[in-house]
Design a protein. Structure first.
Ligand code: CU
Length: 199
């Protein structure tokens, strides 16, 4: 009886060792020629801007009264004047119950990839946006994808590309975590947890 337990323990130990060394030698995949190595993504420092669901905004004029409509099923792409009147330079409050998430995507593989979609259950609608300066005003524009070049990176940061959270279903309070599911052209889905904080 006893020897069998010992053998079992040895076998188990060897198995764990093997599993350990397997995980540490994994990066050997990068030794492949860069022309054929697949996209290899890692996401760093994901965070989301603290915002209120109610959109109790200090910047809101008459044009910001959409907060109640935004919780509905309104298709946000196209119909809303995103590039028009929204004063995005004022990010101190969640104007109209919106927020944005930011992160850096690093691609250590030899094949380009692209972020196609982001999803989160904290918002009714999630879009990929960029920001451009037009007549000294920062304006948001939806984009179909955000490229992640081979052996390069894509930075989603304030004043640039971001994940737009539209129609917040709850307040995003500092210190909380927002789960995001990112869908990439080549790498499929990657889940990240964005820390809520102030810019
Ligand atoms: Cu935006």
């Amino acid at each position: 009886m006893r020897p069998r337990i010992q053998i079992l323990a040895i076998v188990l130990g060897m198995f764990m060792l093997a599993a350990c060394s397997a995980s540490t030698t994994k990066p050997a995949a990068t030794d492949l020629p860069s022309s054929s190595s697949p996209a290899k993504l890692s996401v760093s420092e994901p965070w989301a801007r603290a915002a209120a669901m109610t959109g109790a905004s200090t910047s809101g004029g008459a044009g910001m009264g959409q907060s109640s409509a935004m919780t509905g099923t309104m298709p946000m792409t196209g119909t809303m004047p995103m590039t028009g009147t929204m004063p995005m330079t004022d990010t101190t409050t969640g104007s109209g119950g919106t927020s944005a998430a930011y992160l850096t995507i690093t691609n250590s593989g030899g094949t380009a990839d692209a972020l196609l979609k982001a999803e989160s259950d904290v918002a009714n609608s999630v879009e990929l946006h960029t920001m451009t300066m037009v007549d000294n005003v920062m304006k948001m524009t939806p984009v179909a994808k955000i490229d992640v070049p081979a052996n390069g990176k894509a930075e989603l940061k304030p004043g640039s590309f971001h994940v737009m959270l539209i129609g917040l279903r709850r307040d995003l309070k500092e210190g909380e975590v927002v789960k995001l599911t990112l869908t990439f052209q080549n790498s499929g889905k990657i889940q990240v947890e964005a820390l809520v904080r102030k810019p």
